[in-house]
Design a protein. Structure first.
Lengths: 354, 239
């Protein structure tokens, strides 16, 4: 929505704004994250992505001595410490990704050294872009995870003011560190809001989705994002979704990754949501008919981005365009530390929305 | 709680009660991540557990380091999945021999609080949200009778443990109805390095064997459904 970028995490919960887009009444309202419980109905279900954020950026050197940055983009299924990764040239997040120099060209068998006790071997280079590779680390299990957390840094972009700490890129409900970047729609859901949602009669459920990188600076690669990503929908979450829908409640996805996981799983199983792990290559474009999700809590996204495209699942294009214009004029902030947007019909005529 | 298949994280697991708890949890079928500062003794305990057929991962880390909390939480969940059982056992006595309160340096007091109170707070904060969303979990605070009785020279430690007890009660009050249970366990005086550090002249034969205490704690965890979240339990061990 062409909003200004939030450059740093907020300390002040009271500053978290919420743009409510009501597709039923075709209207926009300025609200606040604390209004979330009032905008939902008792019996609605909020589904969050519980992936913790990995410090997925590693600085390394090739055997020939070229420095590069490796951003891990999801562990590959199967045995062994194999990850998909995107390579960046010298420098770090302070340079805009599109201004970064090209990384050294690598071939299968090449090694990247990150530290005396961490290196990786290039297993494959994608046809799509020489910067998209698969790596196998030289260790596994606890030694690997200790090293990744010791040497890795959170992935961040040039609009952020200073180096981020790991705690700044976690939600309040992270578990397995599958996310290359924070599943940021859940970030403003602080405990006092979760508690108020519970008191309102809104239920919560979680799935895990390996949220990937949002930008690489490589036009070919960026056009292909998001790449296929892994997810895991636990059985209790599937039960909660079925029960919610059967009782006439709404399923509200917290973040585009949750939409991808749920709708991606349903597409793979003829409209039926089944529990368990999977990988989805679903990219939701205008015209897609959701089978599971009724609405979404997400960030303030740029028109033209894949995140913005996904919103068309939930609201007509002219309303979204009006929301974009309004968000820009009203000073909503974009990106992972920015404001939020709820696309969902209202709580009902008996309730007074803010 | 059925321990089999549960993902457990035990801090201070390289020796004493922590190592004993990791052993009994793994023997009961839990998938255990062991955390302590020194890698070598930690890996040795983990290797012993694996040799006995259990699942154990040695994750070196210092719970007093605020940068370590999400690293420990994330790496542990990567290794064994979302954590079901979290045992805050790591403890720091402070300066030795233990000084009177008036002789305690503020920095030493802060270090004790960092390990015994803030470390457990941070790691719980990093893990408990996922427990709430899954509708269950068990968080155990290992305390001491020094949290209750005012022993001279146990000032910083005793205060930290009294605060740790209250931390469990407040978490329990705020997370009532979520299915997450907080328990404080007072293991009594055990024959451990920590006890030797605190009281070098004590007769070791009069002290409890940490393995027997760990077996009793495991029984308490299995029966945690019978307890109220926030309860403080003194471990009874037959003579």
């Amino acid at each position: 929505m062409s909003a200004a970028a939030a450059a740093w995490p907020r300390d002040d919960a009271a500053a978290e704004r919420l743009l409510w887009i009501d597709p039923e009444r075709r209207r926009l309202r300025d609200a606040h994250l604390d209004d979330m419980p009032a905008l939902l109905r008792p019996g609605d279900l909020l589904v969050v992505n519980d992936a913790a954020t990995l410090p997925a950026s590693l600085s390394g050197r090739t055997a020939a001595g070229s420095s590069l940055e490796v951003r891990l983009y999801g562990q590959r299924a199967g045995p062994g410490p194999r990850f998909r990764a995107v390579l960046f040239g010298p420098g770090d997040w302070r340079l805009r990704t599109e201004d970064r120099p090209e990384p050294a060209r690598l071939a299968p068998g090449d090694r990247i050294s990150f530290a005396p006790d961490l290196s990786a071997r290039v297993e494959a280079v994608a046809d799509l872009s020489p910067r998209l590779v698969e790596l196998t680390f030289d260790r596994d299990g606890a030694p690997l995870w200790s090293a990744l957390y010791r040497y890795g840094r959170p992935v961040q972009y040039s609009y952020v003011a200073a180096p981020l700490e790991l705690w700044s890129v976690q939600t309040h409900f992270g578990a397995r560190p599958w996310a290359a970047e924070m599943p940021s729609a859940g970030r403003p859901l602080r405990w006092h809001i979760l508690r108020a949602l519970g008191e309102r009669g809104v239920r919560m459920a979680a799935l895990t989705h390996a949220a990937g990188l949002s930008s690489t600076g490589d036009p070919v690669l960026d056009a292909a994002l998001p790449l296929p990503e892994q997810f895991d929908v636990p059985e209790p979450t599937v039960r909660a979704i079925r029960a919610t829908r059967a009782a006439g409640g709404r399923v509200v996805a917290v973040g585009t990754t949750v939409v991808r996981a749920l709708e991606g799983s349903a597409v793979q199983h003829r409209g039926e949501l089944v529990p368990g792990p999977g990988e989805t290559d679903l990219v939701i474009r205008p015209g897609f008919r959701p089978q599971v999700v009724h609405g979404i809590l997400t960030g303030i996204h740029e028109p033209g981005s894949s995140h913005f495209g996904l919103l068309h699942e939930f609201a007509p294009g002219d309303l979204l365009a009006a929301a974009s214009t309004h968000a820009r004029a009203a000073g909503y902030l974009g990106h992972e530390f920015g404001d939020s947007c709820l696309v969902l019909s209202g709580p009902g005529s008996t309730e007074a929305p803010p | 709680m059925d321990i089999r298949g549960q993902a457990a994280l035990v801090t201070g697991a390289s020796r004493g009660l922590g190592a004993a708890l990791a052993r009994v949890l793994a023997a009961a079928g839990a998938r255990v991540v062991l955390v302590a500062r020194e890698p070598a003794p930690l890996e040795e305990v983990a290797a012993q557990i694996r040799a006995a057929g259990g699942e154990a991962h040695a994750l070196p880390g210092d719970v007093s380091d605020k940068r370590a909390a999400y690293a420990i939480a994330g790496a542990a969940a990567a290794l064994v999945g979302p954590i079901d059982i979290l045992i805050h056992n790591a403890s720091n006595l402070g300066r030795l021999p233990m000084p009177l309160l008036g002789d305690t340096e503020c920095e030493d007091f802060e270090n004790v609080l960092a390990t015994n109170l803030l470390g457990p707070f941070r790691i719980t904060k990093a893990l408990v949200g996922a427990m709430v969303l899954r509708g269950g979990g068990l968080v155990v605070h290992v305390s001491s009778d020094a949290a209750v009785a005012a022993y001279p020279r146990w000032g910083a430690y005793g205060v930290s443990k009294a605060a740790l007890d209250h931390l469990a009660r407040i978490w329990a009050a705020e997370l009532s109805g979520t299915g997450v249970c907080f328990l404080t366990v007072d293991p009594g005086e055990m024959n451990t390095q920590m006890h030797r550090d605190a009281m070098p002249d004590a007769d070791p034969s009069a002290l409890r064997d940490p393995a027997r205490v760990a077996a009793r704690v495991l029984a308490l965890l299995r029966a945690c459904d019978l307890r109220e979240s926030g309860d403080r339990l003194e471990v009874e061990v037959a003579a």
